[in-house]
Design a protein around this ligand. Structure first.
Ligand SMILES: [Cu+2]
Length: 198
């Protein structure tokens, strides 16, 4: 009967896990009602994975599009449909990065590059690279577009996160690896598909 004696412990553990998940998502409860509602869909219409990552007009530059609430995944707390780091941008160190942020939703979101360990914080700090943030990332922006540029400096593990309080902790982030060895920018999607910048 060893199995049976283990089971209650396992259930208690699962329960603790799910309670924790709910506790981390107070904002998400509101999003459950709002995801998909009041979306200005024309802001994201026609955007395909090819637009997520493109070579820029200058050498060693790349242009990215990151749209919040791109799908209803994670209550809209996603970029291009991905959350919890399930998409990874890899950018060679020293490249310049032009980012277009789009939020079709009336729920405020923002975009800021921070070091990966920051992602569990309720509130994120300063951007990891100069200029690597939409204006007022804590206040966020409802329904609109913003762009910013930065140079991918020191190699390391970073994230593109939403700076609106609690969102990053709730999974509103994708990964950014600034690589000392990569020779071209790529985007790895959750299913392992690797897109190259064209
Ligand atoms: Cu957000």
């Amino acid at each position: 009967m060893k199995t049976l004696s283990i089971l209650p412990g396992f259930f208690a553990f699962s329960l603790a896990l799910s309670t924790q998940a709910f506790a981390a998502e107070p904002a998400a409860q509101g999003h459950a009602q709002h995801a998909g509602m009041g979306l200005k869909k024309e802001l994201i219409e026609g955007i395909t994975p090819e637009d997520f990552l493109k070579l820029g007009s200058k050498p060693k530059s790349v242009a990215l599009v990151l749209a919040a609430a791109f799908t209803e995944a994670n209550y809209g707390m996603n970029f291009n449909g991905y959350s919890h780091g399930k998409a990874t941008y890899t950018i060679p160190a020293g490249w310049s990065v032009d980012v277009t942020f789009i939020n079709p939703s009336p729920v405020p979101h923002s975009l800021i590059v921070v070091e990966k360990e920051m992602v569990k914080k309720m509130q994120l700090g300063e951007p990891a690279f100069a200029g690597a943030s939409t204006p007022s990332p804590i206040t966020g922006m409802s329904t609109g577009k913003a762009s910013f540029s930065f140079t991918a400096g020191e190699p390391g593990d970073y994230v593109f996160a939403c700076g609106f309080p609690t969102h990053a902790a709730g999974g509103h982030w994708v990964a950014l690896e600034v690589s000392a060895t990569a020779t071209e920018p790529t985007l790895t999607l959750g299913d392992g598909q690797v897109l190259k910048a064209k």
